[in-house]
Design a protein around this ligand. Structure first.
Ligand code: AHM
Ligand code: MG
Length: 335
């Protein structure tokens, strides 16, 4: 049973035996992610000092080129995971193709692949609004001792062995699952330690928040339009409250705590929506389900979609189970 205020390090050691494959490799992998997250957190927190040190992506006052934060986050996660020789491959939303990691002995001995969106919602940085990192971990399907291939990355989401996000918000949190519920850790920046602040996170069964970019209303399918009208109707516990940060991690995190639904549907201008199945939707869907919620593309479970390409997009409806089921009822009318 998770103990509040336990550090993430203590929690990983205590729960290592619970991991499906308890070689310690997955624990070391989560350890690397928590380390890289602290580095990224430090940089993201300095973003407000742009007038003083120069904007990211520009030349700073010392005449040095400042890396864009999303590039920096990408390199930090990739380097940390590569240096520690824990994974045999990494795919990132920032890179066109996946990277194979042979290890220093060149023998491709590692079991896991990581898929990552290093800095999701990065357009929010300029206005001091929360951003996040999303990660997803799979066991490779190709034999150990051979280079990772595309097959290792194109696995259905229900093969994930772990997934999580880091939210760089008013406080920084790391929230993750290894298939036994969801636990949230808050960073104490003075000490550099993560403390278990949100043990066993659960979506309320229903809620009163709907999160969708309503600016795209005219382009939405009729089922989504009708569901939005349903949310706004004055009846029973409605109208609901509309909350949309434009940063998926933050929107889903809030809804997990308060109860709500997050929707990024397809539209007449984006036939599969915007969000990526492998880097955003699968890990979030795994977390949502582990927290007792539901995640679908409006019709079928996100975690059952068999990916065909690395940067594939999918519509997503996720959050409190009853709210997602209601939205699906509207979708089904026009299927
Ligand atoms: P990004 O990967 O380019 O940062 O985009 C993903 C983000 C999500 O965090 C967020 O939910 C969505 O884009 C918002 O998009 P929109 O501005 O179209 O509503
Ligand atoms: Mg993204």
């Amino acid at each position: 049973m998770p103990k509040r205020n336990q550090t993430l390090g203590e929690f990983i050691i205590e729960n290592q035996a619970d991991f499906a494959y308890s070689s310690g490799e997955l624990s070391r992998l989560i350890n690397s992610i928590r380390l890289a997250a602290k580095v990224v957190n430090h940089e993201v927190n300095k973003a407000g000092l742009v007038d003083i040190i120069g904007a990211y992506g520009e030349t700073n006052v010392q005449g040095e080129d400042q890396q864009k934060l999303d590039v920096m986050a990408n390199e930090t996660f990739i380097q940390t995971l590569t240096n520690r020789e824990i994974v045999c491959g990494i795919a990132s939303e920032e890179n066109d193709d996946f990277i194979t990691i042979p290890g220093s002995d060149g023998k491709h001995q590692n079991k896991y692949v990581v898929l990552i969106d290093p800095l999701d919602g990065s357009s929010n940085i300029d206005v001091n609004v929360s951003v996040g990192t999303i990660f997803s971990i799979y066991r490779r399907v190709t034999p150990i001792g051979t280079p990772a291939t595309i097959e290792d990355f194109l696995q259905a989401g229900n093969n994930q062995v772990a997934a999580g996000y880091i939210i760089y918000g008013t406080s920084t949190m790391l929230v993750y699952t290894t298939g036994r519920g969801v636990n949230g850790f808050t960073l104490n920046p003075a000490l550099g330690s993560w403390y278990l602040s949100h043990p066993d996170m659960k979506f309320p069964d229903t809620g009163k928040i709907y999160s969708i970019n309503e600016g795209n209303y005219v382009h939405f399918p009729q089922g989504v339009k009708d569901y939005i009208k349903y949310c706004q109707e004055e009846k029973d516990d409605r109208p609901y409250t509309s909350r949309y940060i434009g940063s998926m991690v933050s929107d889903v995190h809030r809804n997990m705590i308060k109860g709500g639904i997050f929707i990024y549907p397809k539209s007449s201008t984006a036939t599969n929506g915007k969000l990526r199945l492998l880097y955003e939707c699968n890990p979030m869907a795994y977390l949502v389900e582990q927290a007792g919620g539901k995640a679908t593309d409006g019709f079928r479970r996100i975690l059952e979609i068999k990916p065909t390409e690395l940067h594939q997009r999918t519509p997503i409806f996720c959050g409190s189970t009853k709210m997602v089921e209601k939205a699906e009822e509207f979708m089904a009318k026009y299927d």
